[in-house]
Structures are given as C-alpha cells and as structure tokens.
Design a protein around this ligand. Sequence first.
Ligand code: SF4
Length: 364
Amino acid sequence: MYNKPRAITIGGVGNVQKIDIGGDSPVTIQTMWKEGIADVKDNSGALNSVIADIDKLHSLGCDIIRFAVPDMDSAKSLCLIASNTSVPLVADIHFDYKLALECLKGPVAAIRINPGNIGSREKVEAVVNGCKEKNVAIRIGVNTGSLPQDLEEWVEQGSITRAKALAETARREASVFDSLDFKNVVVSMKASSVQETIEANEAFAKESDIPLHIGVTEAGPLITGVVKSTLAFSTLLNEGIGSTIRVSLSSTPENEVIAGRAILHECGKRNEGVTIVSCPRCGRVGFDVHGFINRWQETLLAMKKNITVAVMGCVVNGPGEGKHADIGIAGSGTKVVIFKKGKIVRTIDPKDTDNVFKEELESL
Ligand code: SF4
C-alpha cells in the first residue's frame, strides 16, 4: 500500500560518518541545533564547546544534527564545525542558494532547501550540481504554514484537506529534483496536528518512494511534544513510513534525542543500547529514584552496552519487578541494594550509591 523508501546515503565525505537512510536501514534520529553559530570561529572556545555538545548528542543516540544557516557567517561556521566532527550535519537554508553553495565547501552531509523558495531553475540547478559533485543529499522540508497560494485557496474552499495540500506541496518540490535527475532526496512534511502529519505522510508514501523524515512541528513543551510525536510516529512507523525522525520540543536537543530513541525502541525499530526501567515512587520508597535517574540517565544512555537497568524505590517490588534487568538498584530500609537478574549482589550505605553502582555497572 505504501512504497518502500528508496535507499540513499548521507555523509561519507572526509571524516564524516556515512549513514544509510531508507531501504532496509534502521530509522535514524535527528535533532536541530538550538543556537546561532555565526560567532563560531576557528581555534575558539565556542568551536570546542559546540563539538563537545555534538559528541554528547551523538553518544545519546543522535545520528544527524541540523543547523539553521541564515547568513554567510553561519555557513562558514557550519563548514568549520563539519570539518571537526564525524557526525553528519545538515545545513538548513531558506531563500538564498549562495548559502547552500558556501556550505558545500565544507563536508556537510545534506542541505535542506526547497526549490520553491530559492527562485530560478538556474539557482536550483547550481545547488543540485554542487550536491551531485560532493554526494550531498537534499532534504525538502514543507509545512502547513507555507503552502503555495493555489493550494491554500483550495484548502480554504474545502476542496482539499490541509494534509493533502501538504503532500501535494512536497510532491511539487520533489518533482523539480526528479526533473534534474537528482535522487538523493529526503522529504519532510510537517504540521503541528498529529492527524494532519499522519495523513500527509501517508498520502505522500502512497505515491512516492522518497525516504521520509517524519516530525510534528511546533509540537510544544516536553510532555505535550513527546505525546504528539509518539502518537504520530507510532502510527507511521508501524505502517513502514518514516526513515528518519525528529522529535521537535521546546526543550533541549538532548531531550529530543532521548525521546526519539525511546519512541523507536518502543516501536521495535531500534533496540541497541541501554534500556532504563524505573518505578514512579510511592510511599514505600526507600531510595531517591528520581534523583538517581536525573544523575545517571545520560551516562546510562551513552553506554554502548545492550543491557536493561532497573531503578526501584524499594525491595518490596524492586528486585522482583526488575528481575529481567541486567543490573538494578533499590532502597531497602536504611540501606541500598544492587541486584543483578533479580539477585541481590551488594547491600550498601546510601552515601556509597553512585560509586558502588558505577563499579558494578563496569563489571557487566
Ligand atoms: S518499587 Fe517500591 S517505591 Fe517504587 S512504586 Fe513500587 S512499591 Fe513504590
């Protein structure tokens, strides 16, 4: 019913990791950089700090990071950043094709640009030729806030749904690249409504094999955004739609990556890495579950081990409920216990929690 997405690759230029998108490849996780980069210069503390943050996002499971490139300084900075990391980076460009050409001077993995907003065919062709030469992918990104005039009118007259208009907008943009025989394309169609996001992606996937980047735009703060994204993604992913995802949140990129990872895990699309199970806490709690999770979540998720870690408030249910966990921790009266596969292996003083847990974790 829906087309299997064609396989494309991004990255692989210079030091940059090559990633397969579409085909039978795993669904990839993306986030977007949330700050301006125009002031990031060579040999600056700002560059080191950006690279350190990219590394952290990568260790949490982020495969691809997109950067807004609103001006020439940002384009130059992105080239510099891309030359200093192996993580594939995407340049997000509106209107000015010269920014795309500037970004192509560095090892960027993909350019997000819409033919509809760069103007003449010559400009689109210049970008396409540059991308062909360096094997750089192009991502088309359309959203319900910027439909072409004729489609917007049809929507207002009720002759087409907004979701269908979104898919038609993407189809028109993609046809420009098709006519230039450029196949290394990903499409994203975003609405802030879950239903419209689902309908638009379904409509497009019925007609085209272009890999889809799925996301709900302006999804809101952490909890609302995760709920909306989960609803949209679980429907689409279970239908085989969606080769790469971004959970858009009014929150940190780290939370976007962690949320994306959890959604893919629960949809059965990615299973590697650490799975954390933890109890909500109740009146029986003998251990600061929430504090422990806050301290350890990112460290655990950055580990390259395929293990389950249980964090439980008490021994009433802790080791039992966590018996499938490779390692777990729970409160026990005035003590803390560490268990492996449901068997208690250490009973310790709460002040030694982090040190002993680290030791036991490393021994796995
Ligand atoms: S593990 Fe213990 S503290 Fe946590 S919810 Fe269950 S009974 Fe309550």
